[in-house]
Design a protein around this ligand. Structure first.
Ligand SMILES: [Ca+2]
Ligand SMILES: [Ca+2]
Length: 315
């Protein structure tokens, strides 16, 4: 019985995933930023507005942004996944002012962008359980800014910031009254001030050993990660116990299907695989992260691998 139930669960998950896949594939050729299916996926092309897509989306929706440079100040005020096609070539530029992406809702995913040239690259205000992964955040006054807008009781908590490169900002990350957030497997490179943290508020800067913490360009240590003998100390409540000697040296997520490396296999991962469906190295849609079985093709086998592990997370 148990085996049958597991098989049934797999079948249901596969059906759901393939439906999502087909839906995703069916919309990739369309141009308007219009709703494709109830609250699911919107595509944004160069010349269109990411904000308009967010405004149209319902909670739980996915905004998929094609390669290009978008000069916008994006406000994310509802629970959505904002996914860029390629972190190097899908660019949101703040034109030197404001927050490039301002997150005021909880349960938001932001994956796969270059976010640049703002007062804040990404700001997270009074909100929780957001996941910022796989982005390049550069040339902002504050790369990331987590803060309580109204009162300390709204201090941002439980946000996860993983697999980002945060470089050449005046301040890499500013945590102003923010606590219990997890920040690991990021590259902090040549920010004038790497971190600026309000004292008395504790956050997590590593994922334990041997998973490790972050790479810091201003911290010399040995090992990927270091064994704990050369921690990167911000203050007594904020210590990266296991920093990395070299950038990008963390092991990929050990959960098959966790494409964006945030520790859980969910709809965001399935969509990333679906978007790369049919691609091989060299093709425009190719994303090596989506090739879960490493056979240099993103196909149904990769979708199935993600579907089987749907819901899995680090314990
Ligand atoms: Ca994931
Ligand atoms: Ca594959």
């Amino acid at each position: 019985m148990l085996k049958e139930r597991i098989e049934m669960k797999k079948k249901i998950l596969l059906t759901v995933s393939v439906s999502i896949l087909l839906l995703s594939l069916s919309i990739l050729g369309t141009l308007p930023v219009t709703r494709v299916n109830a609250s699911l996926t919107y595509c944004v092309y160069p010349g269109q507005s990411i904000q308009e897509a967010i405004n149209s989306a319902e909670s739980g929706g996915i905004i998929y942004v094609y390669n290009g440079t978008y000069y916008e100040h994006v406000v994310v005020n509802k629970q959505i996944s904002l996914i860029g096609k390629n972190r190097s070539t899908t660019v949101i530029d703040g034109n030197g002012t404001g927050s490039v992406i301002n997150i005021t809702s909880s349960y938001v995913n932001v994956y796969g962008f270059t976010i640049r040239n703002g007062t804040n690259g990404i700001s997270i205000r009074d909100s929780f359980y957001n996941i910022i992964s796989g982005n390049i955040v550069t040339d902002n006054q504050r790369g990331m800014y987590l803060f309580a807008y109204s009162c300390p009781c709204h201090a941002p908590r439980k946000n996860t910031i993983v697999n980002n490169t945060i470089k050449s900002n005046s301040i890499g990350i500013r945590l102003e009254i923010a606590t219990e957030n997890a920040i690991y497997h990021n590259n902090f490179i040549n920010n004038t001030i790497q971190t600026y943290v309000t004292t008395g508020y504790a956050n997590t800067w590593d994922d334990g050993y041997p998973s490790g913490g972050n790479y810091w360009s201003n911290h010399i240590c040995t090992g990927n990660p270091n064994d704990g003998s050369q921690p990167y100390t911000i203050d007594t409540d904020n210590i990266d116990h296991y920093p990395f000697q070299n950038p990008n040296s963390w092991r990929p997520s050990t959960i098959i299907g966790d494409v964006n490396g945030d520790g859980v296999v969910d709809i965001c991962d399935i969509v990333i695989v679906a978007i790369a469906f049919g691609s091989k190295p060299g093709s425009p849609k190719w994303n090596p992260d989506a090739d879960l079985n490493d056979d240099e093709t993103v196909d149904i086998e990769d979708i199935v691998l993600a579907a089987i592990n749907f819901g899995a997370k680090y314990s």
